[in-house]
Structure formats: structure tokens, C-alpha cells
Design a protein around this ligand. Structure first.
Ligand code: BV8
Length: 236
């Protein structure tokens, strides 16, 4: 293996072929609401029922028996297993809030924007697993008097999770792969530049080229180009 420290960033495009809509497919809209209006603390404060409806619909999709990880998710889990068994370092950072990487077997991963199947107390921030619908009247179990619960999702204007660990991994990477992301949301959109500045070889694997700067690009559906690239990595 030519590389010792691999960091991967994924976005909505890696889950598209599993049947989960990307953000830009909907042109940033959902039921005629700008996503930035529903995916913000202000949007939640203004209309919690609307925001719960937005996340309940997406959380419900994860329970659909037809929804499965695709070949790209599975190839990343295989890369992690083989690369780490050979003594390499590996970190998968996903912007996605679905559970498809986890279901594919990825272990060394950070869900930087939270997860649909977690909810948290608005007061204490304590997070708990949640697979069903959530309503504004659902009480937390950690405060007296009880407080409402919210999706454990990083909204626009909120700090993504585990940024220190992410920044450290980017500085140490010698290979950075961006998969299925339009590179329009920060700080994730800046990760390739941080990795490149530390000497990493940066590769974009996407349906189409984005405005991001990469040393190389492989373009096509993730379920095709990701397994292809990983096969090359594992069989140099
Ligand atoms: C923060 C959870 C600071 C919600 C999400 C101006 C300039 C720079 C930054 C800003 C700015 N104004 C505001 C900001 C900050 C803001 C931001 O970046 N806004 C954007 C709109 C400009 N960022 C934030 O607010 C972040 N926080 O900055 O905090 C701070 C500092 C101190 C203290 C406190 C706070 C938080 C951002 C997180 C928001 N939450 N998700 C939810 O999911 O409901 S973002 C959400 O949108 C996703 O998680 C994801 O990150 C993003 C969508 O992006 P992608 O995943 O890339 O998806 P997209 O549809 O765009 O692209 C899909 C790609 O796949 C396409 O390229 C397509 O071609 C490709 N594709 C499609 N099919 C396939 C495929 N590829 C391969 N195969 C296929 N089959």
C-alpha cells in the first residue's frame, strides 16, 4: 500500500444509489422550505413541528427494508479493515446523517453532522438512540422539569462534532478522498485544502467534477468508481 494514513470524507452522493435523496437533487428545498430554514436552530425555535416533520420523514426512511448500503459503502468498510490490518491509519468522516456507513461495517468514523437515529435534550445536550418519530411534546429523561428533545443533528450555524480530531487527522493524512459531496458546506468543504497543505494526495470521486481543487478525480456513480479506486489501492 502506497499510503499509510487515509482520511475519507463522504457526502449525500454516496447514499444516492441506495435511494436517499441528495440535498442538491432537491435544489436545497424540502416541501418548498429552504433546507437552511428547517436545518437551523432558528427554524426549530420558530416551528418545531415543521422541523420534526422534516426529520421524522428522513428517519422513517432508514427503517425501510429496501434501504441498504451500496457497493461504495461496502468498499470503504473493506478498505478500513484491510488497511488497518496492515498497520495503516484510517478515518472516515461523513457529512451524512443516515446509518449506511455503520450498516456497511465502518468502525473508525465520525458522523460530523450528527445522526438521524439519535436525539438530544435541548437543555443538557445528552444524546440517545431514537428510531421512531419525535414530537415537540416528547420529554427528556435527564432534566427536572423535563425539557423537549430535538434531532441530534448539527444545523447550520452549529459547530460540527469532533472537529479537533478531524483537524488532527487531516494534518497527518497522506491520502484524502472526497466522495459524493458538492463541497458547498463548510467546514467540510475546506478539508481537502487542509489535507493538501499537509502534503496529502487528494482525490475526488463524484458523479461530476465540483469546484474543489484535487490532485486527481474519478467521475461516475459512487457504486462504480469507489470500488474501482479501492481495488487499485489494495492491489497496487
Ligand atoms: C459552522 C445536517 C460555525 C442537516 C448539515 C458562507 C461561507 C462559508 C461558510 C458559511 C457561509 N455562510 C454560512 C456558513 C457556514 C455554514 C455553511 O457552510 N453554509 C453554506 C450553505 C454556505 N456552515 C455551517 O453552519 C456549519 N457550522 O460553520 O459553525 C461555528 C463556529 C463556532 C461556533 C459555532 C458554530 C454547519 C454545517 C452543517 C449543516 N448541516 N447537515 C441535515 O442533514 O438535515 S449540511 C448538509 O448539507 C449535509 O450534511 C451536507 O453537509 C450538506 C449537503 O452537502 P453534500 O453532502 O455535499 O450533498 P449535496 O447534495 O450538496 O451534493 C451531493 C454530491 O453528490 C453532488 O456533487 C452530486 O454530484 C454527487 N452525487 C449525486 N449522486 C451521486 C453523486 N456522486 C456519486 N455517485 C452518485 N450516485
Amino acid at each position: 500500500m502506497r499510503y499509510s494514513n487515509i482520511v475519507v470524507l463522504t457526502g449525500a452522493g454516496i447514499s444516492a444509489e441506495s435511494g436517499i435523496k441528495t440535498f442538491r437533487d432537491q435544489h436545497g428545498l424540502w416541501e418548498n422550505h429552504a433546507i437552511e430554514d428547517v436545518a437551523t436552530p432558528e427554524g426549530f425555535a420558530a416551528n418545531p413541528a415543521l422541523v420534526h416533520r422534516f426529520y421524522n420523514a428522513r428517519r422513517a426512511q432508514l427503517l425501510d427494508p429496501a434501504l441498504k448500503p451500496n457497493a461504495a459503502h461496502l468498499a470503504l468498510a473493506q478498505l478500513e479493515q484491510h488497511h488497518c490490518a496492515a498497520g495503516g491509519q484510517f478515518l472516515l468522516i461523513t457529512q451524512n446523517v443516515d446509518n449506511l456507513h455503520q450498516r456497511a461495517g465502518s468502525k473508525r468514523m465520525i458522523a460530523m453532522h450528527g445522526q438521524l437515529q439519535q436525539v438530544k435534550c435541548v437543555q443538557s445536550g445528552r444524546s440517545q438512540p431514537w428510531t421512531g418519530p419525535l414530537s415537540p411534546s416528547e420529554p427528556c429523561s435527564c432534566c427536572t422539569p423535563t425539557q423537549p428533545l430535538r434531532p441530534d443533528i448539527v444545523w447550520f450555524g452549529e459547530m460540527p462534532y469532533q472537529m479537533e480530531q478531524i483537524e488532527q487527522a487531516l494534518r497527518q493524512a497522506d491520502l484524502f478522498m472526497a466522495i459524493g459531496t458538492s463541497g458547498q458546506v463548510y467546514p467540510a468543504a475546506g478539508f481537502a485544502a487542509v489535507a493538501a497543505a499537509s502534503g496529502a494526495y487528494t482525490v475526488e470521486l463524484n458523479l461530476a467534477a465540483t469546484r474543489g481543487e484535487f490532485a486527481a478525480g474519478l467521475y461516475g456513480p459512487a457504486s462504480k468508481v469507489v470500488p474501482q479506486f479501492i481495488t487499485q489501492l489494495l492491489n497496487p
